[in-house]
Design a protein around this ligand. Structure first.
Ligand SMILES: Cc1cc2nc3c(=O)[nH]c(=O)nc-3n(C[C@H](O)[C@H](O)[C@H](O)COP(=O)(O)OP(=O)(O)OC[C@H]3O[C@@H](n4cnc5c(N)ncnc54)[C@H](O)[C@@H]3O)c2cc1C
Length: 475
């Protein structure tokens, strides 16, 4: 499908040379997801490099009733950032909207445009002896606009909160092309509805985030990382409670990893090593960070782990003694997205339950899935310190990939029913996009869905902002 007459020319005029793509060869990467086969079509990718150009593109599309798919680094995992197959949407990439606008070290804030890559922000903060704590395996490619639009989580939520907690202000281009300048660097502002929180986590369905004021933190001077073997998820949860009691909010990461994740990484990824002498059914990757002399936290961490060994919660552990070793310990965890891509058909779940319910959830889900699919491999890992699990049943070794993949509806029902029964959420950090849109609608109350639809209608009455994502179309 092409765009309405004359629109492509008007957009090209606004965006200027280098500001748009129309050749199918060039637009194809913007139409394909990082995994899971999300693809679509578009006849134009807009690459504006200023907020004013974003606003002008949106105004032209609003007048012509053409929907827009905002896109950052295109690392989202739920089919939210690709256009649909019908080809009537344009993609608006923030790739060139990539300036750091301001740094206010006394206020501990950095003002950045939406297209700045997350890692660039971390590096810029570090250059000024500050920490921007949002951290995830896609940080070299994902952009802050996408991080905020998905309310990204990552490995340090336990200490610093998710993306929402790291933002003080936003600039947003609204569905009709007006610009809302909410770029305030305030920690206190009680002047009515918190509009920025509407756009954070909205996955581009309410407007296009063009800039943000981010919170910075003192940079830890001492970081200690340990890989810990534990006999069970129950032991892992008890260990977390102990570590928090001993080390308080210096515990910044607590990642549970099932043995199968190591087995698959050893088989499928070059250079991965088994860090402990004996295999263990479960592991925890623990990180603590503080502001004392480098190495100060090694002793309290070792002591706390030693006490946990005596209590039968830990069977073995290794502490990284260098940056390289730390990277090695994180490797298996960070390679999991790639591992899952290569391992066969796996049905992805990104769920959260109260931390105290994790062991029971894992027991019940494991029993139900093994009964329904004998031989299915129960891949489980995640940010357990936040109650978040990536729970991805993988096809039995000799099963047919497509046959197992077609079981997605039944497997989702088994897993998500249990999640909801334990008071959890069916999307802890990746959002809904298209992948989990209908599942969320299945579990949300009529009241909650109605509120969401009213907000959508108030801010985007023509349904032009990333339509078909987050909320199912109304029949
Ligand atoms: C290897 C790997 C590891 C990952 N680990 C994690 C993890 O630990 N935690 C986690 O939360 N996620 C994780 N993700 C998912 C993904 O990286 C995050 O969702 C990330 O925040 C997406 O950023 P992006 O710039 O790539 O956004 P995109 O994928 O481009 O877009 C994501 C959504 O946001 C919308 N959007 C993008 N930019 C804007 C904007 N400026 N304004 C409005 N809407 C916009 C898009 O329309 C889409 O709906 C991982 C992904 C990979 C590939």
């Amino acid at each position: 499908m092409s765009l309405p007459d004359g629109l492509a020319e008007r957009l090209a005029h606004v965006l200027g040379p280098g500001g748009y793509l129309t050749d199918p060869h060039d637009t194809a990467p913007f139409c394909t997801g990082w995994r899971d086969g999300w693809t679509g079509q578009t006849s134009l990718v807009a690459l504006p490099d200023t907020t004013e150009k974003v606003a002008e593109v949106v105004r032209l599309c609003y007048a012509a009733r053409v929907p827009i798919v905002p896109q950052g680094g295109n690392t989202g995992l739920t089919g939210g950032s690709q256009p649909h197959d019908h080809g009537r949407e344009i993609v608006l990439s923030t790739r060139r909207l990539n300036r750091i606008r301001a740094l206010d070290l006394d206020n501990d804030t950095m003002t950045v445009e939406a297209g700045v890559v997350l890692q660039t922000i971390q590096e810029e903060a570090a250059r000024h002896d500050r920490l921007f704590p949002l951290s995830l395996a896609a940080e070299g490619s994902c952009q802050i606009g996408g991080n905020l639009a998905t309310n990204a989580g990552g490995t340090q939520v336990l200490r610093y909160g998710n993306a929402r907690a790291l933002v003080l202000g936003l600039e947003v281009v609204l569905a009709d092309g007006r610009v809302w300048d909410g770029l305030r660097g305030l920690r206190k502002d009680n002047t009515g509805y918190d509009l920025k929180d509407l756009f954070i986590g909205a996955e581009g369905t309410l407007g296009i985030i063009t800039a943000a004021v981010l919170r910075l933190f003192p940079r830890p001077t001492d970081v200690q990382t340990a890989l810990v073997a534990v006999p069970s998820p129950t032991a892992a949860v008890a260990l977390l409670t102990r570590l928090k009691a001993a080390l308080g909010d210096q515990v910044t990461a607590f990642e549970l990893i099932a043995r199968i994740c190591f087995d698959l990484a050893l088989e499928l990824i070059d250079g991965v090593q088994d860090p402990l002498a004996e295999p263990s059914p479960w592991y925890v990757l623990v990180e603590v960070a503080g502001h004392g002399e480098p190495g100060t936290l090694a002793e309290p961490l070792t002591d706390a782990l030693g006490e946990a060994v005596e209590a039968g919660l830990v069977t073995d552990a290794t502490l990284a003694s260098s940056g390289d070793q730390r990277a090695q310990l994180w490797r298996v965890r960070e390679e999991q997205a790639e591992v899952q891509k290569r391992a066969g058909a796996s049905i992805k779940h990104d769920v959260s339950v109260p931390i105290s319910r994790i062991p029971q959830f894992l027991d019940e889900a494991g029993a139900a899935l093994t009964a329904a699919y004998p031989g299915a491999r129960l891949v489980a890992f995640g940010h357990v310190g936040d109650g978040n699990l990536h729970y991805n049943p993988l096809q039995p070794k000799d099963a047919d990939r497509d046959t197992f993949a077609r079981e997605i509806g039944r497997i989702n029902r088994i897993v998500h029913d249990l999640v909801v029964a334990h008071g959890g959420s069916i999307s802890a950090e990746h959002g809904l996009g298209r992948l989990r849109r209908d599942e969320a609608a299945h579990y949300k109350s009529a009241v909650e869905l109605d509120l969401m639809r009213r907000i959508k209608h108030a801010l985007d009455p023509l349904d032009l902002m990333n339509p078909g994502k987050v909320l199912p179309p109304q029949g």
